[in-house]
Write a protein that binds this ligand. Structure first.
Ligand SMILES: CC(C)(COP(=O)(O)OP(=O)(O)OC[C@H]1O[C@@H](n2cnc3c(N)ncnc32)[C@H](O)[C@@H]1OP(=O)(O)O)[C@@H](O)C(=O)NCCC(=O)NCCS
Length: 171
């Protein structure tokens, strides 16, 4: 049976004490991780029996070369290995996307192309589309910026034009 997971939403950057607990949930709680948390609009924590087992942040510390207007980024996503493939990321991603859209900014997320667990999620979701690929620095790894298809930026710049042509021909 799947464990009962609770989800906590916080709209302020995590405090030092909160970060200490959350840092156990990432292999790299370095300066960039703290930078994202410093600029967090929303922090979603998955809890099992009060213990954090998953984390995702919505932040505005964007360093990827996106061309979207007012980017708000879904980042710092991590699920404890013992709790993977239970849909925790799906839930955390959905909460962050809903809130990101409500801010009026353009939701983006940046994925390392070599990460199949992330790629699979974004590739199969109609709520996300590729904005651009680029080579990360200093890693040299190929990265992809995904943009929310429900954002006004996407609908203005990337969505296929809606025409009445096909409809007119069929009547
Ligand atoms: C990526 C990660 C957050 C996924 O978390 P998760 O809670 O296990 O993901 P979910 O259970 O919500 O998975 C939803 C879907 O994503 C895909 N997916 C998840 N993990 C996958 C994997 N290891 N390989 C392939 N597809 C995967 C599947 O389609 C899955 O649906 P399914 O289980 O019904 O097949 C987790 O593996 C993780 O923390 N990895 C290390 C850190 C990381 O890569 N973070 C993301 C940086 S962008």
């Amino acid at each position: 049976m799947n464990p009962a997971i609770d989800y906590a939403l916080s709209y302020a950057p995590p405090t030092a004490a909160e970060r200490k607990a959350l840092s156990l949930l990432t292999p790299d709680a370095g300066p960039r991780w703290h930078q994202k948390l410093d600029h967090a609009l929303l922090t979603v924590t998955a809890l099992h029996g009060g213990t954090p087992v998953g984390l995702g942040v919505l932040h505005v510390s964007v360093v990827a070369p996106t061309g979207v207007d007012s980017p708000v980024e879904l980042g710092a996503m991590y699920v404890h290995p013992a709790y993977r493939r239970l849909g925790i990321r799906e839930r955390i991603a959905a909460s962050r996307l809903t809130y990101a859209l409500s801010t009026g900014g353009t939701p983006i997320t940046v994925i390392d192309n070599r990460n199949p667990a992330s790629w699979r999620h974004f590739e199969r979701s109609p709520q996300w589309a590729v904005e651009k690929e680029y080579i990360g620095w200093p890693t040299g790894w190929p990265m992809t910026i995904w943009v929310a298809t429900e954002s006004s930026w996407y609908r203005t710049h990337k969505a296929p034009p809606v025409t009445g042509g096909a409809l007119l021909e069929s009547v």
